[in-house]
Design a protein around this ligand. Structure first.
Ligand code: ADP
Length: 193
């Protein structure tokens, strides 16, 4: 089973993806975490990525597509994977389709976490305060840009999947446990079917 967890910044994608990984043995592929690991390594590429991420902009499609292509070919993705933070543009969604069709695989579900914009801002600024600003892009100004980028570049990915019958809206305003229960019901039913 291969999943995409989709939603704006602060929707809870990473939290739910980690829970799904644990429960279903699917490999969580978080592009944000991968990019932050590259930044922490202190490499030249990491320096370059940090500049882009701190502005709230997207890193280039080519860079991210190459990273994901490498990941999904690995043995730890054989049982399935959950994409968290990818695809974030229509070009990325098209590239993903290409890779999957070569591998004779497919996306089974796109879980769309729906959260009000005001709540997103509260959550991310709350996270910044709690972690002492651990993520340098979690500040009011960069967040505004990330939300704009989400609406302009990432939300158009939704119509790309809309015709396929794989998209499921999830009410992301509820507690972590309640969201998990809804996802569980959906995936459990899908498994039993
Ligand atoms: P969030 O979803 O809360 O914005 P992420 O950790 O998913 O956080 O992403 C942080 C940053 O990493 C993004 O603002 C962007 O600069 C970069 N990034 C992550 N995934 C992608 C992607 N698929 N394409 C381009 N840039 C990405």
């Amino acid at each position: 089973m291969n999943l995409i967890i989709f939603g704006p910044p602060g929707a809870g994608k990473g939290t739910q993806a980690a829970l799904i990984q644990e429960k279903y043995g699917l490999k969580q592929l978080s592009t944000g975490d991968m990019l932050r690991a590259e930044v922490s390594s202190g490499s030249d590429l990491g320096q370059h990525l940090k500049t882009t991420m701190d502005k709230g902009e997207l890193v280039s499609d080519d860079t991210i597509i190459e990273i994901i292509a490498g990941c999904i070919a690995r043995p730890d993705c054989e049982k399935g994977f959950i994409l968290d933070g990818f695809p974030r543009t229509v070009a990325q969604a098209e590239a993903l389709d290409n890779m999957l069709s070569h591998m004779k695989r497919q996306i089974d579900h796109v879980l769309v976490l729906e959260v009000d914009e005001d709540a997103l801002v509260d959550r991310i600024l709350g996270r910044a305060a709690e972690t002492g600003g651990a993520r340098s892009d979690d500040n009011a100004e960069t967040l505004k840009k990330r939300l704009r980028v989400y609406h302009n570049q990432t939300a158009p990915v939704l119509p790309y999947y809309a015709g396929r019958g794989v998209m499921r809206g999830i009410d992301g305003m509820r507690s972590i446990d309640e969201v998990q229960t809804e996802i569980d019901a959906l995936l459990g039913n899908a498994r039993a079917a």
